[in-house]
Design a protein around this ligand. Structure first.
Ligand SMILES: Nc1ncnc2c1ncn2[C@@H]1O[C@H](COP(=O)(O)OP(=O)(O)OP(=O)(O)O)[C@@H](O)[C@H]1O
Ligand SMILES: CCCCCCCCCCCCC/C=C/[C@@H](O)[C@H](CO)NC(=O)CCCCC
Ligand SMILES: [Ca+2]
Length: 585
C-alpha cells in the first residue's frame, strides 16, 4: 500500500462511491472505481491549493461542526467558484469527507497528508500580524475577521496576532517601531487606507533597516521582504480588486494561506526632496482630488459618499492649469494602449523582474539595477480636467477595467493620464467609459503615457511657496458671502488646496499630514485655481510634487488576476484581448 514517503494510495469512499485515492509529491487525487460507468469522476488537487486536513467529519464555514468518527477524515482545498458567465476569480473552500475501512488507514492518510502539506508549504506564512480597522467601509471588519478569516487561519495552522486599531496610523507605527521577529507577513482587514498604513510601515521599516533615506527621490529603495495581505472591508478596496480580481474576504484569506506572492510597483511622492507619501493606485489631481476632498465632508454616507461627491464635482465643471513633466518608460517593452491585460503570470512583469534585478535568480532579488540611463524628460502644459498617475490598472467594482486597463502590477512603470480641458459632455464621456469596455483613451482631449517619473508644477506666477498652506486665513463653512449668495458654480463653492482646516474627525496619513476639510475662503466667488492631489484616497498637503515609480518594491499575498476573473475581458471597440499580456494584432 505504501510505496515511499511521498507516495501513498488506497481505496476510499466519498459518500456511497468508492474511489482510488493517490497522494504524490505534487497532487492529491481520487478517481471513481466503478468500472461500469463510462465517465468516472476524477478530482485532482495540487498540493499548492491544499488548505488542511482534519480527523472526522468536519465543517468550517459558516460554522465549525465536528462529528468525531474513527474512519473519516475531511480535506479542505481551494475551489474556484464559477459564476453564470464562467470563472469570477472568486475562491471558496472545497470540502471532501473521506471514509476509510478502518482507523489505521484513516490515521495513515491524515499523517501523510499533513507531512505532504508541511513539505510543500515551506513558503506559506505560519505567523501573521493582523490589523483590523473596526471603522472601515461598512464597519464590519471585526465581524468579517472573526467569522470568515480566523477559522480558516486556524485550519491552516496559521497563528495570528490580532490588533484591533483604536486610532489612525496605529498599524503603520506598530510596523515601524515594534519587534516583528517571527512574523511572515502583515495583514489588514479594512480598505485602501488601511492597506496604505501597512505599505508605509513595511517600506519605512525596510529602508530604516537598510540605512536608506526615503526622502531622496533618486535613491533606489530596498525591496521589502515582509508580505502584505489584504482582507477587503473598506469602501473602494481598489488594491485588493486590482490584485486579486474580486473583493471577497474568503478569497483573500485563501491567497494568504497558500502563500501567494505578487510583487507590486510603488510610487514615491516627494515635495522639495522630502517624501510625502507612497502610492500604489492613484496619484490624481483635478477631478479625483476634488472628489476626495468633497467626499470627506460626507463620510457619514459611507461608500456612497464618492458617488454623491462625484456628481457635485462633475457639476462644478472645473479645470486647472499646470505643467507636467514626465520621464517616459521604454516604449518597446509595453504601451498603455497595447490592448493587453496584466494577468496572473504576466510576461511583461516577469521580464521586468529580470530587468529590475538583473543579477538575481527568482529567490534573491536584492541587487537592483541602477545603471540604466534615465532618459529624456518630456514637458507639457495647459488646463487639465485631471492629471492621474497609476502604477496599476486601479480597477475596482465601480470601474471594472480601471483607470488604465493595460497597466501592469509589477513592470516598474506607471501610466500618466492627462485629460485636458473639454466641454462637460466630453468629460462625462471620459468618466462613463471607466464603467464600460469602451476605450477611455480614444478621445481627442485624453493622452496616456507609460512613465518612470512625473513632476507637476503650477504655471509661472502661481507657484507654491513654502509654508504658505499653514498660515492661510480660513473661514468656517457658511461664513462665505459668495456661498450665501448662491455663487456655487453648480456644486460646491469650497475652494481646495491651501484652503483647508484640520478636520476634527478621523485623521489619516503619514508624517502627521492632517486630513483637512473643504471650507469656504473669502476668494471663493471665483473658481479655485488649484486642486488637490488624491494619493490613494489621501489628500496631499502640497500641489507641486515629484513622483517616482519603484519597481516591485513590495509583495502582496496575491497572484494577480486569474484569466477570466473578476473584470470583464475587452470586448468593445478595438479591445479584444483576453490573453496574458500578449499583443493582439
Ligand atoms: N481605529 C481607527 N479609528 C479611526 N481611524 C482609523 C482607525 N483605524 C484605521 N483608521 C484609518 O481609517 C482610514 C480609512 O479606513 P479604511 O481604509 O479601512 O476604510 P475606508 O476609507 O472605508 O475604505 P477605502 O480606503 O477602501 O475607501 C485609514 O486610512 C486608517 O488610517
Ligand atoms: C457617468 C458615470 C461616471 C462614473 C465615474 C466612475 C469613475 C470611477 C473611477 C474609479 C477610479 C478609482 C481610482 C482609485 C482610487 C483609490 O486609490 C482611492 C482609495 O480607495 N479611492 C478614492 O480616492 C475614491 C475616489 C474615487 C473617485 C471616483
Ligand atoms: Ca506598473
Amino acid at each position: 500500500m505504501e510505496i515511499d514517503s511521498e507516495w501513498f494510495e488506497s481505496d476510499l469512499w466519498v459518500g456511497k462511491e468508492q474511489y482510488r485515492a493517490v497522494l504524490n509529491e505534487l497532487y492529491f487525487s481520487w478517481t471513481e472505481i466503478d468500472k461500469k460507468k463510462r465517465e468516472r469522476k476524477s478530482v485532482s488537487v495540487p498540493l499548492s491549493e491544499f488548505i488542511g486536513v482534519e480527523e472526522g467529519r468536519v465543517e468550517i464555514l459558516p460554522q465549525r461542526k465536528v462529528e468525531e468518527t474513527e474512519r473519516h477524515f475531511t480535506v479542505f482545498t481551494v475551489k474556484r467558484s464559477r459564476g453564470g458567465r464562467g470563472s469570477t476569480g472568486l475562491w471558496t473552500v472545497g470540502r471532501t469527507q473521506f471514509c476509510c475501512n478502518g482507523q489505521d488507514l484513516r490515521d495513515h492518510w491524515v499523517r501523510h497528508l499533513r507531512t505532504a502539506l508541511r513539505k510543500h508549504g515551506a513558503s506559506r506564512p505560519r505567523r501573521l500580524l493582523v490589523f483590523i480597522n473596526p471603522f472601515g467601509g461598512k464597519q464590519r471588519g471585526r465581524q468579517i475577521y472573526q467569522s470568515l478569516v480566523a477559522p480558516l487561519f486556524e485550519l491552516a495552522g496559521i497563528s495570528a496576532h490580532v490588533v484591533v486599531t483604536e486610532k489612525a496610523n496605529q498599524a503603520r507605527d506598530h510596523i515601524l517601531k515594534k519587534d516583528l521577529t517571527g512574523f511572515d507577513g502583515v495583514v489588514c482587514v479594512g480598505g485602501d487606507g488601511m492597506f496604505s498604513e501597512l505599505l508605509h510601515g513595511v517600506i519605512g521599516r525596510t529602508q530604516q533597516e537598510a540605512g536608506l533615506s526615503e526622502h531622496d527621490p533618486a535613491v533606489t529603495l530596498q525591496p521589502c521582504n515582509l508580505h502584505i495581505g489584504i482582507i477587503p472591508a473598506g469602501s473602494t478596496d481598489c488594491v485588493c480588486f486590482a490584485t486579486v480580481g474580486v473583493n471577497d474576504p474568503v478569497t483573500s484569506t485563501l491567497h494568504i494561506i497558500i502563500g501567494d506572492s505578487q510583487p507590486l510597483d510603488v510610487c514615491s511622492v516627494h515635495h522639495l526632496n522630502k517624501l510625502v507619501r507612497y502610492s500604489v493606485s492613484l496619484v490624481g489631481y483635478g477631478f479625483y482630488g476634488d472628489v476626495l476632498a468633497e467626499s470627506e465632508r460626507h463620510r457619514w454616507m459611507g461608500p456612497l459618499r464618492y458617488d454623491y461627491s462625484g456628481c457635485l464635482v462633475y457639476l462644478s465643471n472645473r479645470s486647472y492649469a499646470g505643467m507636467v513633466h514626465f520621464l517616459p518608460a521604454d516604449p518597446q517593452l509595453s504601451s498603455p494602449r497595447d490592448n493587453t491585460r496584466c494577468l496572473s503570470g504576466c510576461r511583461v512583469c516577469s521580464e521586468s523582474t529580470e530587468r529590475l534585478f538583473p543579477q538575481s535568480d527568482s529567490s534573491s532579488q536584492y541587487s537592483q539595477d541602477s545603471s540604466q540611463s534615465e532618459g529624456e524628460w518630456v514637458s507639457t502644459e495647459g488646463r487639465f480636467r485631471c492629471v492621474s498617475l497609476t502604477c496599476m490598472s486601479s480597477s475596482c467594482p465601480r470601474s471594472p477595467l480601471g483607470l488604465s486597463p493595460s497597466a501592469h502590477l509589477a513592470d516598474g512603470t506607471g501610466d500618466l493620464i492627462l485629460v485636458r480641458d473639454t466641454h462637460p459632455l466630453g468629460f462625462l464621456t471620459y468618466l462613463h467609459r471607466h464603467t464600460t469596455t469602451e476605450d477611455q483613451f480614444d478621445l481627442p482631449f485624453v493622452e496616456v503615457h507609460r512613465v518612470k517619473a512625473v513632476r507637476f508644477s503650477l504655471p509661472p506666477g502661481e507657484e507654491e511657496s513654502e509654508g504658505e498652506e499653514e498660515g492661510e486665513k480660513v473661514m468656517e463653512g457658511g461664513d462665505c458671502k459668495a456661498e450665501q449668495e448662491g455663487e456655487r458654480g453648480g456644486g460646491a463653492c469650497r475652494s481646495i488646496s491651501r484652503q483647508y482646516l484640520t478636520s476634527g474627525g478621523k485623521q489619516r496619513g503619514i508624517n502627521n499630514h492632517k486630513k483637512r476639510d473643504f471650507l469656504c475662503v473669502p476668494c471663493c466667488s471665483r473658481a479655485p485655481s488649484v486642486s488637490v492631489w488624491n494619493c490613494d484616497g489621501e489628500i496631499l498637503p502640497y500641489t507641486e510634487i515629484l513622483c517616482r515609480v519603484h519597481g516591485q518594491l513590495v509583495r502582496l499575498f496575491a497572484r494577480g488576476i486569474e484569466d477570466g476573473a473578476g473584470t470583464r475581458p475587452f470586448t468593445g471597440g478595438n479591445r479584444k484581448c483576453k490573453g496574458r499580456c500578449v499583443l493582439h494584432t
